[in-house]
Design a protein around this ligand. Structure first.
Ligand code: ADP
Ligand code: 5GP
Length: 199
């Protein structure tokens, strides 16, 4: 029987609105071997999201039950009463298939996964050019209430202080430049030739 080489881990963290999801979706189209770790969350589903694809959407009660069952690699109460967690079952299933796993997690979760997986993991911080621009992006995304945007902007200063602890910081000012830099660092980490991308 041939032994499958376990996949590596690529962690993306950023203040909400930085453009992390946009970059991750683009990157996954460039490198088909990547698989997304679908987290569980107790926040409400947004328009355009699919249960089981973007997140496993759970009630707070069900989320807490999963905590008690030790179902998570890590979990955080990212915003008050909004829980998010990386499922052990998800990560191990994908890694055992030899897939490289991509994570979209908050800064604390990102650091925890990096600490657990060490050199098997690359921790990338996506930084917005400024907090003002971050707020503008959250407003133009048109998916969050004023209250939700306020919470996210308020937390951004604190989250930015984590940037220095990550392996790589990508400043997402010009989107295409940020995407290309991400592709370069990820392909180097995975040890394969970069894809030549044309829009
Ligand atoms: P996050 O996942 O970090 O919360 P998103 O990827 O949802 O952020 O991006 C937030 C909004 O900003 C989206 O509407 C997205 O289209 C937009 N956006 C992303 N990157 C840029 C960029 N470099 N310049 C302008 N707008 C951007
Ligand atoms: P959103 O509600 O915008 O989808 O995500 C809010 C924040 O929760 C983002 O910073 C996102 O990266 C983070 N997040 C999503 N999934 C997880 C997870 O499994 N664990 C942790 N710690 N954070 C997560």
């Amino acid at each position: 029987m041939t032994k499958v080489q376990k996949g590596k881990l690529i962690i993306f963290s950023a203040p909400s609105g930085s453009g992390k999801t946009t970059i991750v979706h683009w990157l996954m189209k460039q490198i088909p071997e990547l698989a997304f770790s679908v987290s569980a969350t107790s926040r409400k589903i947004r328009q355009g999201e699919t249960d089981g694809k973007d997140y496993h959407f759970l009630s707070v009660k069900d989320f807490k039950q999963r905590i008690r069952q030790n179902a998570f690699v890590e979990w955080e109460e990212v915003y008050e009463n909004q829980f998010y967690g990386t499922l052990i079952s998800e990560v191990e299933r994908l890694r055992n298939e030899g897939r490289h796993v991509v994570f979209d997690v908050d800064v604390k979760g990102g650091m925890n996964i990096k600490r657990l997986y060490g050199n098997d993991a690359l921790a990338i911080f996506v930084q917005p050019p400024s907090i003002e621009e971050l707020e503008k992006r959250l407003r133009s995304r048109n998916t969050d209430s004023d209250e939700s945007i306020r919470k996210r902007v308020k937390k951004a200063d604190y989250e930015l202080q984590y940037a220095k602890n990550f392996d790589v910081v990508i400043i997402n000012d010009n989107l295409e430049e940020a995407e290309q830099k991400t592709l370069k660092v990820v392909t180097e980490f995975l040890g394969r030739d970069p894809v030549i991308h044309k829009r």
